[in-house]
Design a protein around this ligand. Structure first.
Ligand code: DGL
Length: 276
């Protein structure tokens, strides 16, 4: 990989693969390295400092492998670690590298999906507690009301491949009831966690037809297309060899490959990368 300058994509585990899938479809020519920190997932209920430390370690693994640009395909990491990485860590390590998140690109467009001007945001506890979506959506769409709901058991259900099993229904309905109880005008539900698209079918089954469920993959990939057009100095550093490498911090790569293919939609063959 020495001569390659791939785009790095990071998530706590499998969720970022739902974003990577859209990115690889929209930008098929580039080289990519996906890193899932499965050994330490989920991040959703962890402290600010821990999420920052884990995310920064993951980003540095991708930098060491030659990526000049890393996408945090994880809302929890974007909410809790991105600002410190952008404003402090990168300045100290290498200001020419870039790390981008998923919250801002989503907030930039989500207001266009709602007619009633009321949106429900479902995410991990970390994402909801950070208040990032409230602030960012308010910046771009001050007339849109945002209601948040943490769904702390959805990621464990998904990571354990229980998302399409009957047992998942109870928790799907529970958090949907909680968010919809906050206002009867909500017509758009943002899946503000990159794991949640795997629950989309179950979520939609519990919703009336007029409520739209919005996953982030296509939003984030369109935003990356736009970023690369606006930043030729970064785009010219990226290699175009159409390669994709999947790395996991879990030593059980066979387990990763099995789960990851469900998120990615194609067979995945991963390599183990040990944490320092
Ligand atoms: N996929 C991550 C997100 O978008 C959350 C998973 C986790 O809790 O680690 O927030």
């Amino acid at each position: 990989m020495a001569d390659k300058q791939p785009i790095g994509i990071f998530d706590s585990g499998y969720g970022g693969l739902t974003v990577f899938r859209s990115i690889a479809k929209q930008l098929p020519d580039f080289d990519y390295i996906y890193l899932g920190d499965n050994a330490r997932a989920p991040y959703g209920n962890r402290s600010f400092n821990t999420i920052h430390q884990y995310t920064w370690e993951g980003v540095q693994i991708l930098f060491d492998l030659g990526c000049p640009l890393v996408i945090l395909a994880c809302n929890t990491a974007s909410a809790k670690a991105l600002r410190t990485i952008q404003q402090r860590d990168l300045q100290q390590l290498d200001p020419s590298k870039r790390v981008l998140g998923v919250i801002r690109p989503t907030a930039e467009v989500i207001g266009n999906y709602t007619k009633s001007k009321e949106i429900g945001v479902l995410g991990t506890r970390g994402t909801v507690q950070s208040g990032s979506y409230l602030m960012e959506i308010n910046n771009f769409f001050p007339d849109v009301k945002v209601y948040q709901q943490a769904a702390p058991l959805w990621v464990p259900l998904i990571e354990n491949a229980e998302y399409d099993q009957p047992g998942a229904d109870y928790f799907v309905k529970k958090y949907l009831d909680q968010v919809l109880a906050q206002s009867d005008k909500i017509d758009t539900l943002l899946l503000a966690c990159t794991h949640y698209p795997l629950l989309k079918a179950k979520i939609e089954a519990y919703l009336p037809d007029h409520i739209k469920v919005v996953p982030q993959g296509d939003i984030v990939s369109s935003s990356l297309v736009d970023y690369l057009q606006r930043h030729p100095e970064m785009t010219s550093r990226l290699s175009k060899g159409k390669s994709k490498h999947f790395l996991t911090t879990s030593d059980d790569t066979m387990d990763f490959d099995h789960h990851a293919s469900l998120f990615y939609g194609e067979p995945v063959l991963s390599e183990y990368v040990p944490l320092k």
